[in-house]
Design a protein around this ligand. Structure first.
Ligand code: FEO
Length: 400
């Protein structure tokens, strides 16, 4: 396990986790993730962030290739979530740092997770600067991007921003730089990460992007995945974040559904044909075939969500209930919604889904559509019409 020099005297000392498949509900399948930590070798020897507890050995091993562990002077904790701080107690015990820096709110999290009575913790203020020798480090709070304690570290002498979770991706790879990854694959992982982690904090992103743009940087080093190297790469990720945060409507629809005996599935296909007829591309995603994370990633390109479930025990099928809970928590904005479902006798599902989508602030141009038993011609015709209605509403919204 070797450290990797990303700039002169600045090293990646993180860990690649090929096995993790779940990040609080966000599926990391099939690739896992990478926990990045960075070491700066100046007059003060500084470690920026740690890794998850399971990867402690990898971090310490890489660090020990650069210096005896007890020579580490400072540890900076940009964020106390356990994928970056799980190793902290052991790292502190081994390195015995002179100081540990975190944000004011990070201090509360740190005290909540660890016994820090004997730790030399210094909570820094937003904009506070420290000298580490030839370099300085400026700490900038990025509250709720994506935790209250989150901050980033800026080293102007190296034009380097250590950005913690912001601008990351869940990629497990021996590559370290984004420009080594095919652009299309990379953009997919960026969207997947944003739509499963960062989306609720889009208002904070829209404040953070101009702030980062005001810094003289040519490298953004996140705590997950690949590093953005060079001004063009930094520009690319900042533009991508601004676009994703703005959530301008896209002329594409997503039909997400579950089905019991294929009736709701037939309704979904008929709705799709209506969308196609008015020239709106559509993606059908069955809950039986797709993880809720993949559906959220698809939503990045879709301005309309049409949700379907048969009625089950006076409610909706459990995979759709999980999907609605997950989607609502991630707070998508600026979408059009519609709901449908088949039923045998009580028929509540379409109304329940309609209310879920409306509660996310979606415009609902069509009434919930429900049909009993196996859909016949009249039902499929109405579904087709729903597709047309949603498609026309979406085209109008995109033209505004
Ligand atoms: Fe908020 Fe990567 O942890």
């Amino acid at each position: 396990m070797q450290p990797f020099e990303i700039k002169k005297d600045i090293f990646w000392v993180g860990a690649v986790d090929y096995d993790n498949r779940d990040f609080h509900g966000y599926s990391l399948s099939p690739a896992g993730s990478t926990y990045n930590a960075y070491f700066v070798n100046d007059e003060k020897k500084v470690l920026f962030d740690t890794v998850s507890a399971s990867a402690t050995g990898a971090l310490l091993c890489r660090l020990a290739k650069l210096l005896p562990l007890e020579k580490v002077d400072y540890i900076v904790c940009n964020h106390l979530e356990q994928d970056h701080a799980g190793a902290l107690a052991e790292v502190v015990a081994r390195c015995k740092p002179e100081k540990i820096f975190c944000s004011q709110l990070g201090l509360q999290s740190m005290a909540g997770h660890f016994n820090i009575e004997d730790w030399p913790v210094q909570a820094v203020k937003n904009g506070e600067e420290i000298s580490i020798g030839k370099r300085t480090v400026t700490f900038v709070e990025t509250r709720m991007l994506h935790w209250p304690d989150s901050m980033v570290s800026y080293i102007p002498q190296d034009k380097l921003l250590i950005s913690n979770d912001a601008f990351g991706q869940n990629i497990a790879s021996t590559q370290r730089f984004a420009d080594e990854c095919p652009q299309e694959d990379f953009m997919h992982t960026i969207k997947e990460y944003y739509y499963n982690i960062v989306l609720p904090y889009s208002p904070q992103v829209l404040k953070a992007v101009p702030l980062v743009e005001s810094l003289d940087i040519d490298m953004i080093a996140p705590d997950h995945g690949l590093i953005h190297r060079g001004k063009a790469s930094c520009r690319f990720i900042l533009d991508a974040y601004r676009t994703m945060a703005e959530q301008k409507p896209s002329r594409k629809a997503l039909i997400v559904y579950d089905t019991m005996w294929h009736s709701t599935e037939k309704m979904a296909s008929a709705i799709a044909s209506g969308l196609e007829e008015v020239g709106v591309p559509v993606r059908l995603m069955s809950m039986k075939r797709n993880h809720h994370s993949a559906i959220m990633s698809e939503l990045a390109d879709c301005g309309a969500v049409i949700a379907g479930s048969p009625t089950h025990n006076n409610g909706i099928l459990p995979l759709m209930a999980a999907m609605m809970t997950y989607m609502k928590g991630l707070r998508p904005k600026n979408r059009i919604g519609a709901a449908f479902g088949s039923y045998g006798w009580s028929g509540e599902s379409a109304k329940i889904l309609h209310e879920w989508l409306a509660s996310m602030g979606m415009e609902m141009p069509a009434d919930p559509l429900k049909f009993q038993w196996t859909p016949k011609h009249e039902c499929l015709k109405a579904c087709h019409e729903m597709g047309r209605t949603v498609g026309e509403a979406l085209k109008k919204k995109c033209a505004e």
